[in-house]
Design a protein. Sequence first.
Length: 458
Amino acid sequence: MTAEREPERLRVGVLGSGAEGAYWASDLGGRGVDVIFFQDLDALLDAQVGLAVVVATPAEAARMSAQVAQRPASPPFALLVSSGTQEHPHLRLVESLLKGKNEWERTFDAIVDPVALVDRTGTVLRANLGLARGLGRPISEIIGAPYLQLLGRPRPGSPDPIAESLADGGPRTREVRFDSFPGVQQVTASPYNDADGAPQGVVVIMKDVNDIKEQQERMQQAARLADIGQLAAGVAHEINTQLDSIALRAERLLKVASDSRLLAIDAFKNFPRYLKTIDEEIFRCKRIIGALLEFSRVRKPETRLIDLNALAEKAADLVGHQMKLKQVSFALQLDPGLPQIRADDGQLRQALIALMMNALAATPPGGHVDVQTRRDGADAVVLTVADDGVGIPAQNLDKIFSPFFTTKPMGQGTGLGLAICHGIVASHGGEIRVDSETGKGTRLSLVLPVAGAEARRA
């Protein structure tokens, strides 16, 4: 593809000073027009300009006309005879036209979303500053370039509403991911015609809907979590009583099975092992049900002022021994100037221990886990748990907070730990951020408001 030539700007030479100069600078100069001032007519006529404009008094007009007549090679020349810059009819006409142009440009540029006017060949005829900011290019590089060269082609699986509208003259609204333009864009292509109704191109308006899509996904996830929580609570209460009864009888049988007379019977010798397995599995089921009940329980945090650094140190003491057993190094990097937060100490400790245990499970012997606290602006603090373990595959990143989703082997995880963490952090008015790369590790960050942040925002 050949590079598009940048459109040539109109260079206007003006002979005038004082009020004349200020008038032309404010109204004539603008997008696509360069205004150059001159104090001498000969210099103006010798200059490489597309248009020469002179505002002269009646006394000066005859002399200047004769001077211009002697210069057949001079640029196109406009001699406006007037005693004031805004009294001549030509000036009033130019003023009206330029005000309309400038108001249209200012309105066009005031639109935050990227907007472009594309002709039938796909070339950009007009563009606003929103598109220039999104592309990181000046307007002069955008005008005259094909839109595909600027935006890139739609990703595989994404339609091209601009090309579709240019092809059949119908309006389109589609969500598109372009190769060279960030985010997920909702593209609206609206065809426009000339006065005779002949198609001329399309008006393209783009809106980044990444945040909207994320909010929709969070709302859907919250609805799913609420439904699953209600279901889990019902199932857990129904099963828990029966499990208690079974566990009690299994423990009694274990005691009876230790009788040496029974152990002497050949057919009975494996019973203690079987009963122990039954007992262990019952208590594993009870742990899962306990997690379900915790997950489904709607309980408002009992908050008080706490020191997040002290909370991190207590959690580290509880998990540190298991880190040593697995030969995983552990480090705390705590910001000494961290402000206090208002939180439920028990719930937040539970969430932090769950994150640290997940990091330990994902980290091989010889690896390391880091816990860090820091400020995040004036109204938030961040507690990050980072590991250099296996990482989370990209296709699983949007599932890790879903109940019962786990990448651990069968029987080693309930898939409720991160779902419960998500609920705890959300109930404190915070959020969890995830940054992970397969084979390089994972960073999970709890972002929590500092004490009094809500009042300041209000």
